[in-house]
Design a protein. Structure first.
Length: 426
């Protein structure tokens, strides 16, 4: 068989390891807005957005234009060597969006920027302890594999990771069966236990958390939880790090999810949607901490690439120019439509989320997570032209992550496919 007759999946399998687990075997050749074109000649409605990356739609014309313009001028200057306009402009904009008292450091990926956040926290507090949350996902480098606690498979055979990391539970009322308040108190009590039995709070450099857990199941905490964590951090001089790598850049209908909760972190980490697909990440941290991060104690060659920074400025312009509102409106419409499914399919236990970060959790009559239906739904939807992803530590949550440009007709098209797929599964 000649190379040309093989699919991209088959060719990739011959030369690439299985380690990068993929949600589909689909090969694609082009993207535009909410759609991807497969090498099979089919057009797919993409409600995965490259895992919450193409937040303003595939190849948005403004992003393409600004990236092209920048490529004509400068592709790499090296932020360890020189300064260039888009790099400084983006830092100024991110600072402004976060209240104006911050400083910004650029890296390339989510994991890299979370590593940086932990290094900053350790450096400026001179403490070693870190608290993370069960079901969290923070990346797959060695340090971020340690912080990640959504699945033991990520850690298997890599143990002996970063020391002094402790884990608390993130509120999940659907699972505990408790009301928001009681669930918040239960989870906060775990922090007290950590402080009492394992490590004193004055030894903790940072608490790192996703304000809405992503990989863990699109879990939105009760509002009071984040406020309480903020208070604990203030009381003990602990840096609060919000990993908004998935929740940031319009995903939840606001630029950042912290704005929904009125709780600002000391350190905000951003990646994914920041540049609509160009590799870029950023740490936005309070100036009082950043000013203590001594020169040369952290770095990286490619951070703040000019083309990625230009793309990011375009993303922000688009989000502020109406797409945040669209995400909010379309998110509400989508949830409304999904809620209607509950009457016919009692296994659908909860539809939750903010903006266009929406999870649909499946459980059986005994309250046990059901993953087969979810896997079946994802596969059937793909056959019918809709790309969906799964999340949750039990793989029983469908996550809907369309771009903020999504139209009502596209949501209707997705709903028709979902209904059809569910009717074939039940
Ligand atoms: C919340 C969160 N943090 C960190 C990461 C890691 O980002 P990256 O894959 O760019 O290293 C992800 C990726 O899925 C994520 O969702």
């Amino acid at each position: 068989m000649s190379v040309q007759t093989k699919s991209l999946y088959e060719r990739a399998n011959a030369v690439m390891p299985p380690v990068a687990l993929r949600a589909t075997t689909l090969g694609v050749i082009k993207g535009e807005g909410s759609f991807l074109w497969g090498e099979d000649g089919k057009k797919y409605l993409d409600f995965a957005s490259g895992v919450a990356v193409t937040n303003v739609g595939h190849n948005h014309p403004l992003v393409v234009e600004r990236a092209k313009e920048q490529m004509e001028k400068l592709i790499h200057g090296g932020h360890n060597v020189v300064y260039y306009p888009v790099y400084v402009e983006l830092a100024e904009k991110l600072n402004e969006l976060n209240g104006g008292n911050c400083k910004v450091y650029f890296s390339n990926s989510g994991a890299e920027v979370n590593e940086g956040a932990i290094k900053l926290a350790k450096k400026v507090t001179k403490r070693s302890g870190i608290i993370s949350f069960k079901r969290s996902f923070h990346g797959r480098t060695l340090a971020t594999t340690t912080l990640t606690a959504s699945n033991s498979a990520y850690r298997k055979d890599y143990e002996g990771l970063l020391p002094s990391v402790y884990y608390a539970e993130f509120p999940y009322p659907l699972r505990s069966g408790l009301c928001d308040l009681a669930e918040t108190e239960r989870c906060l009590a775990q922090l007290d236990e950590i402080f009492r039995f394992l490590i004193a709070p004055d030894q903790i450099a940072a608490i790192i958390m996703e304000p809405i857990q992503g990989e863990g199941g699109y879990i939105v905490p009760p509002e009071g939880f984040l406020k309480a964590i903020r208070r604990i951090c203030d009381m003990h001089g602990i840096l609060l790090v919000f990993d908004e790598i998935q929740t940031g850049f319009g995903r939840t209908g606001k630029m950042f999810a912290w704005q929904h909760f009125g709780v600002q972190p000391d350190v905000l980490t951003l990646a994914k949607g920041i540049a609509n697909g160009f590799p870029l990440s950023a740490m936005v941290a309070k100036a009082e901490w950043m000013d203590q991060w001594t020169a040369g104690t952290h770095g990286g060659t490619y951070g703040g690439n000019p083309v990625a920074c230009a793309a990011s400025l375009a993303v922000i312009e688009l989000l502020e120019g109406g797409l945040l509102d669209n995400a909010d409106r379309m998110g509400a419409y989508f949830v409304e439509q999904l809620e209607l499914l509950k009457d016919d399919y009692p296994q659908i236990k909860e539809i939750r989320g903010l903006g266009l970060m929406i999870g649909m959790e499946f459980m059986d009559a005994d309250g046990k997570p059901v993953s087969e239906t979810v896997i079946g739904l994802k596969e059937k939807a793909l056959e019918k032209g809709l790309i969906l992803l799964i999340c949750g530590s039990d793989k029983n949550v469908i996550r809907f992550i369309p771009p903020t440009t999504v139209k009502k007709e596209e949501i209707d098209q997705a709903m028709n496919i979902i209904r059809e797929a569910l009717s074939e599964l039940y």
